[in-house]
Design a protein around this ligand. Structure first.
Ligand SMILES: NC(=O)c1ccc[n+]([C@@H]2O[C@H](COP(=O)([O-])OP(=O)(O)OC[C@H]3O[C@@H](n4cnc5c(N)ncnc54)[C@H](OP(=O)(O)O)[C@@H]3O)[C@@H](O)[C@H]2O)c1
Length: 291
């Protein structure tokens, strides 16, 4: 075992640096007479958690000098009204990014609504167009949380080429794109889910272990290869406050680097949303600038 102390990856600091960089780039665009990026947010219904998320995103836009246009719709809004609004925003040149906050009320089809967003304005990276571009190894807008994890790994100087990476979770929002991003970075990823046999043994092979399961402290210390890098995406409420999908107290003495919960992956998602909004504004309509 290495005698180096375990690196606690400071997601807040990385997120602050990204947000500052976006603000600087936006300010120089505006000073050069170029259009200001703008994010349109759509919130349907009154889910309190969704309100908190959208408010935080709009506040972050304001701090970075990005315009934000909010559309609050009642829970019973009909499908064609939402699709018409998205069509309008797709055509509006002052809107560089569009975000429709999930989950949607049950009568709306999330796939249909999300996919109506123009691929080049899809700052959540969730349309079939952007998921397809990622799967094909093409540039495009990437989902914010896995893109943020790549930034954290880069910040911590984690070498990925040729390394075994294990992602627990296969959601479209996180697990699948995470595996694709690791593959694009020349790691050798395995994506696990609830049917994976002997999950602990698969995890023990990982040089980089990413947990996005939604099960408090499921990953134990003895699931981790000594010296592995552990990224904990989970956010679970417990009587002691927020806890991740990894048992931090056990993992911290085995891993070479680990993200805490809170303060690890959490803060980076909004920072990546701002980055995507700026990239969407910069990208000409026919190609993407993001790698
Ligand atoms: N920090 C952030 O900004 C951020 C962003 C996104 C998500 N999160 C957090 O990350 C976690 C996952 O989010 P998500 O949206 O990806 O969740 P999700 O859609 O519920 O997906 C969870 C995944 O975990 C797998 N899983 C569940 N129980 C398992 C078990 N016992 N063994 C192995 N695999 C299991 C599921 O497998 P099946 O596919 O087989 O069902 C599924 O693929 C949540 O805690 C969420 O709050 C945080």
């Amino acid at each position: 075992l290495s005698s180096e102390p375990t690196l606690i990856i400071d997601g807040k600091a990385v997120a602050a640096a990204v947000r500052e960089q976006v603000a600087t780039d936006v300010a120089s665009r505006v000073a050069a007479g170029e259009p200001k990026p703008g994010l349109a947010t759509i919130l349907i219904g009154d889910d309190p958690a969704s309100h908190v998320y959208v408010t935080a995103k709009r506040k972050a836009c304001a701090q970075a000098g990005i315009a934000s246009f909010h559309h609050q719709l009642p829970a019973g809004t009909r499908r064609h009204t939402v699709l018409d609004l998205i069509s309008q925003l797709n055509d509006d040149p002052s809107v560089s990014g569009i975000l429709c906050q999930l989950p949607l009320p049950a009568h709306l089809d999330e796939q249909e609504i999300t996919n109506h967003i123009d691929t080049f304005k899809d700052v959540d990276g969730l349309t079939i167009g952007n998921a397809g571009r990622l799967a094909l190894g093409l540039s495009g807008l990437r989902p914010c949380t896995p893109a943020g994890v790549m930034l954290l790994l880069d910040h911590a100087n984690v070498a990925l080429q040729g390394k075994r990476a294990v992602v627990i979770g296969r959601s479209s929002l996180f697990g699948k794109p995470m595996g694709q991003l690791l593959l694009a970075a020349d790691a050798t990823p395995t994506t696990c889910h609830r049917h994976t046999e002997d999950l602990a043994a698969v995890c023990r092979e990982a040089d980089i272990l990413v947990a996005a399961v939604g099960q408090a402290e499921m990953v134990r210390g003895d699931w981790i290869k000594p010296g592995a890098v552990v990224i904990d995406v989970g956010i679970n409420r417990s009587p002691d406050g927020l806890v991740g999908d990894v048992c931090f107290a056990e993992a911290v003495s085995v891993a070479s680097a680990i993200t805490p919960v809170p303060g690890g992956v959490g803060p980076i998602t909004i920072a990546c949303l701002l980055m995507n909004t700026l990239d969407a504004c910069r990208a000409p309509a026919t190609s993407f600038s993001t790698g």
